[in-house]
Design a protein around this ligand. Sequence first.
Ligand code: GLA
Length: 722
Amino acid sequence: MPDIIITEKQIHLRNDRISYVIGILEGGIAAHLYFGKRVEAFSAASVLRRWGLPEDGSLSLQNCALNHVPQEYPAYGLGEMREGALIVRAADGTASCDLRFVSAEIADGKYGLEGLPASFGGNAKTLRLKLRDELLGLDVTLLYAIFDNCDIIARSALFENRGGQPLTLERAASLCLDLPDCDYDLITLSGDWARERDVIRRKLTPGEMSVSSIRGASSLLASPFAALARPGTTEASGEVLAAALVYSGSFYAGVEVGSRHAARLMLGLNDRHFTWLLQPGEAFTAPEAVLTWSEDGFDGMSAQFHCLCAEHIVRGKFAHAPRPILLNNWEATYFGFDEEKLLTIARKAAEVGVELFVLDDGWFGHRDSDNSSLGDWVVDRRKLPNGLRSLAEKVHGLGLKFGLWFEPEMISPDSDLYRTHPEYAMQIRGRTPIEGRNQLILDLSRADVQDFVYSAVADVLRENPIDYVKWDMNRNFSNVGSLQLPPERMRELPHRYMLGLYGVLERLQADFPDVLFESCSSGGGRFDLGMLYYMPQTWCSDNTDALCRCRIQWGTSLVFPPFSMGSHVSAVPNHQTGRITPIRARANVAMSGCFGFELDLNKLPESEIEEVKAVIARVKTLRQTLLYGRFHRLLSPFEGHDTAWITVSEDRREAVLMFTRDLAQPDTDAPMLRLRGLDPALIYTVEETGETCGGDELMRSGLCVALPGGDAASVSLTLRAL
Ligand code: GLA
């Protein structure tokens, strides 16, 4: 059960497995004392001694003593020499802040954040820890929540200007965690287009190490996530603490190793091009960060994030539902299609058992290339003379659901929208805007633009029977200017953009609860917990090469569960890598997420069509396990030629094992794969081979898995308890 215990000098948040302890030191400084495995009571003396502080919590704040205090929310300016969580500039131009304890309140349930995505629900308890700077008249309420079913501490901070002068927030982090030592490896996810989320591991060294984005999106290059693992931590064992942001815009996630070898983990809005003006009476909320701890290695860490996503992030009717097997026409046709071509593809899809046909880019305006028409969300009658409704109905007539691509946050200079409303684009007065993929970004900080974007999508959804939307975002910020914001608020634009976008998505969620939304950003360029709050799945990468996908999906799974990852079988040679891999490898890797196709099935030989039919039938019987089972990584593509993972159903009676080797090796023995997550007391049959083995044997001795020959050799095995 989650519980929060407040005593005179301590606040202790805990569930059955983890504890988070805050100390209130003399003078009302909120100190961080402990986060990790549950403890019954916390004396604090040892930890304070480690930091060189009096064991009774007394504190002299002279001589820059704050620099050695582990703080919950350190502010710049009064003796804190490390990078702090908060920088506040007063009207006189100085920056200082002295936050002292005012009150601590406990409430049942999970706090919510107005206008921002945030974890919700379940059996949770909330702590509101109010701190105040009397001179500035600034109240900072630190929000914490603890759940009973996952080992997650959710955090945010609320800033209220109750004084008489304008204050400027120059930094307002979501989470700061002071750790008494720095004996950790930092794990981050970094990548680029078509190679998202490589796992990067480096030893902490003095100074700052971070990943960040100033791109207006969490981005292809880095994820708003950071983990600290004790050296030697593996998938199966070792202590890890990790944090992620429930946010999709520019961010910072980093660690500073400073004086006394202490480490400080910090995540929040990227402050490099950010400030927020708080006039008297105004308030600001920092995006949510979520923090987890596990002693069961990276596997244990991921289990907590996956539980969070399933139970506390993804909303609506698709949260626990089987996701439709889809076919998307993008790589089959690109912009060159008409109704008949699409229906020919859809017919074949229906014949093999696909459930949803998605019409990608190119159906609107006069969009024959990526040069035009974003913003003109009106069907192109040259390609679809009978309109969208007719196409959707014909697709429905085939027994398929119908889905549609949008890129609603964008505007093409060659569009009626731009000709009518050039002021809708983000821009800097007097400068020629820099295009990206020949397009500009809509200024979603503006209410009129928010309404336009909502209506553009909502009108199409109301007028046509549409079951699914792919919401794309294909360029990052430049020309960061708004014609509506005053100069003193211009640095608020990137965050105001996100608030505007979240507002639009909230309205669409509420008004179209039956539409399944999939988020996309040049592939997986905005794969984060913020977008997952509004859209239950994300297109993982434009790269659908089976071998690249082993790496991409492995890295993605550190934080995100299979049900959140769009993963499709595409044609060979692969359009991104030129590589030819067997259909089996492509299917085995793709079925570990929201399964689908990205090709014209009419072009496959009959033998492969039979294989596709069999795979689809198999995915339909196994998808509850594949999507919502417990996912365990077994062999890492970052460490060798092999990738293996297993997904085990909740009752541990069914499991699907995926094993792929990138390059054939001469004279290599079939490896013993030590499985995980099975019930040691149960006996399992491997359906494809007929062999029978105990769960204990499969996990301790392993399963010897023979691969077919050739490169990209792959097997997928079903294990079922007798
Ligand atoms: C992005 C997406 C692709 C596709 C194209 C269409 O690149 O990631 O899947 O939708 O846009 O232009």
